[in-house]
Ligand binder design. Structure first.
Ligand code: FPP
Length: 265
């Protein structure tokens, strides 16, 4: 009798993921820190703290498998309205992260980037953030973007405002505004297209994350809470992505024809 195939080991899974085409850019909505802590009778902040260990593990894994861009939704425009002590503790944690990960980021060829209204961050976060951005600016291994004080609508609004300003100065005529030009006004203008968005904790919504950029992104909703979302859970999302057929509005037959033409060329 045939034995059911056992699931691949972690290293085998990692190898499988590395062998297939990777998404150019992965965005992650890191959700479930609060619930993770509450389930253990701990203050919510402990969930965020454990979540920063997941940030480290997932970043390491992304770099190892050869991902070129990873964007983490670390603090939304709407998160400012959380209880003041939670906001303050998150800011402390971000500062700690920027200090403790500095060496690893620099040693591993990672460029640290940030999107969002970063000028709203307190100086004790903004200063080390700017320093690490500058220090890592020439790294080309992977770009790690922290979405901080970030909102997709806020990003689109600032882009629309700047487009209107350029038009009123006569530098841009409305009929020449196409998708590519508009994208150059987004905070993500220097990042590759987002191919995959992951959300942890079983919630299935986008919460104002990369609204323009996710137009054709594949979505992966994981039941795992962010503090428990480590290498294996991340690899499973990448493997799931690699099983998807991306159609961009075409039919499946058209996509297959294009793929075989590309393979022959
Ligand atoms: C959402 O979970 C998570 C956040 C608002 C903060 C994310 C922050 C971290 C993962 C740690 C710090 C980040 C870095 C880059 C070091 P939630 O609090 O809404 O969870 P809940 O839905 O269970 O309440």
């Amino acid at each position: 009798m045939e034995r059911p195939a056992s699931p691949p080991s972690l290293t085998a899974l990692e190898r499988l993921v590395q062998e297939r085409p990777l998404p150019r850019h992965v965005g992650i909505i890191m959700d479930g820190n609060g619930r993770w802590a509450e389930m253990r009778g701990l203050p919510r902040m402990e969930g965020h703290r454990e979540g920063s260990t997941s940030v480290r593990e997932v970043t390491r894994c992304a770099r190892r498998v050869g991902l070129k861009a990873l964007t983490l939704y670390a603090f939304s425009s709407q998160n400012w309205a959380r209880p003041a002590e939670e906001v303050a503790a998150l800011m402390d944690l971000l500062r700690e992260y920027l200090e403790s990960e500095r060496e690893e980021i620099l040693d591993n060829g990672i460029r640290l980037n940030a999107i969002g209204e970063v000028d709203k961050l307190p100086r004790f976060v903004k200063d080390p953030l700017d320093r690490l951005r500058a220090e890592s600016a020439n790294n080309t291994g992977m770009v790690l973007t922290l979405a901080l004080s970030y909102g997709g609508r806020e990003e689109l609004l600032q882009a629309a405002r700047r487009v209107a300003e350029a038009a009123s100065r006569g530098e841009l005529s409305p009929e020449n505004l196409d998708g590519q030009t508009f994208e150059s006004y987004l905070w993500t203008h220097d990042l590759p297209a987002v191919d995959l968005v992951v959300r942890t904790s079983g919630e299935q919504r986008m919460s104002n994350f990369l609204l323009w950029q996710m137009a054709y992104a594949e979505l992966c909703f994981s039941e795992v809470l962010w503090p428990d979302f480590r290498t294996e859970a991340f690899l499973r999302c990448l493997a799931q992505y690699q099983q998807r057929e991306r159609r961009f509005g075409l039919t499946s037959a058209q996509v297959k024809r294009e793929d075989s033409q590309r393979a022959k060329a």
